[in-house]
Design a protein around this ligand. Sequence first.
Ligand SMILES: [Zn+2]
Length: 591
Amino acid sequence: MKSIKTKWDLQLLYKSDSDPKIEKDLRLIEQLCESFAKKHKGKQFTKTPQTLLKILDESEKLNELMDSCAPSHYFHFKTDLDSSDDKSFAISTKYGQRLTEASNKIKFLGLEIAKIPLNKQKTFLNYPALKPYKYLLSQIFINAKYNLSEGEEQLEDLLSQPGYGMWIDAQEKLLNQQVIKHKGKDIPIAKAMASLSDMSKKDRREIHKKITAILKSISHVAEGELNAIYNFKKIMDKRRGYKKPYSATILGYENDEEAIEKFVSLVSKHFHIAHRFYRLHAKLLGEKKIFLADRGAKIGEIKIKFDFPRSVNMLQSVLAGVDKEYLNIFNKFLENGQIDVYPKKGKTGGAYCSGYGKLPTFVLLNHVDTVRSLETLAHEMGHAIHTELSKNQPSRYRDYSIATAEVASTFFEQLISEEVEKNISKRELIILLHNRILGDISTIFRQIACFNFELELHENIRKDGQLSKEIIAKLMSKHLKSYLGSAVEVTDEDGYFYVYWSHIRRFFYVYTYAYGQIISRALFEKWKEDPSYANKIKQFLSAGGSMKPEDIFKSIGIDTSNDSFFEAGLKGVEKDIVKLEKLAKGFKISK
Ligand SMILES: [Zn+2]
């Protein structure tokens, strides 16, 4: 392979901020949407299957072009590399609005199709030439009863920025300005949070207290924000006729509401597995009782460093072992500058993979040479491979449901973990296994506790109108306790972490983490049993959004409708805990 780039090359999108192609792309989309609307709006294109087919083919061509339109993404990526770049931030918002207005013009198409009466829908669904659109049509028909008038739909799209997005931005800005004063130093709050698990017990608990105090002191803003956005959702849900606070999310991810309700209650009934882990976690830390500050505390160091070149080598060999195409995708990303590797002042924290339509996919990392950094690389490349393979789908099916996203990413994470295991000592293996279970507990049980917390928050705000910051904190403490169990002491003050928890601002999407994690474990086990299962995994990674998630998994031999499937997944986590309990007998934390 050619040499590796460790910085994003945004020229893959545009040559520079003043590239004339930016305005040209925007105009093209605006004009095409405009003329599409002029040509078809008010015409009777849903009269027969043939007329519908014609307009769908035409709109598909338009969507393909929109899938290559990058202006707002380009500027958004720039602000993620440099948060002080206010200019790019403003431009990205402005262009985002222009594109929303353009796509609003063609919204009538879906709304008109949704009006096809129930008794005629079958004729359309079974018309042979419409087969490529069958799933799309069936989704439009299912969602039809929640549609509003065209004007209202457009208004919601535009109002969701000031009624939702801008509230969250304001809250985030306030949060990002907070610093923790410790030992004469000012530590930005995000950094303090991220490094809690690495600190000594004394520092960790002290800083945790300081963070809580700061979160409490600015909670009046989060109180206003949450009450506003939860009420905005309440108003829209009522208008659209969604029965429950989570209905829109689950339907949007193309899952079955009843199945997810059953799943959430099943995980909640198994919180005792999480309790068992935290008892062991406390023991491994050498404590009888621990505090929330110690929830993610390390029990030891894995000394080997995974610098980026080494991480690349390891991931390359793992990917080649499953499918050569995965390796080729990874190499192409490295050569083209689609991965931004190292932390930098002003760069956004954490890691993500962003792929939209046919645009090049970009991966953002903050690689600091730890095992976790290596696992994150594998995780994000899992998303990237899923995204790249889904690009072979037509525009209408290119986006995959969030319910399948984490299955892909955690599958690749498991692959790399297995590779790491081969290279470490027994003591390090204990630490690694501990960290992995800690991650699983967070992904499965913590996220479902979060779901339960959100639900109660929505229900109470719907009932009482508004909730005070103190009551929200109390609710949060209650749900933290529910999954942490009696080994972890949670105070009312700890409840103020809702100020920080970004998940509760993306209503109910957390269940997809738990759901995806369990399915991905099953995928991994099947592949371990029979390497030829790799073909099925590729089939799943290439399916995009062409079927319901349940049906995609069914097609590769995983039946999520079977009650015992998820239960077996949860028992699998418990088995890992038992394994760690045995392995760690006599383990002493180095203080
Ligand atoms: Zn992910």
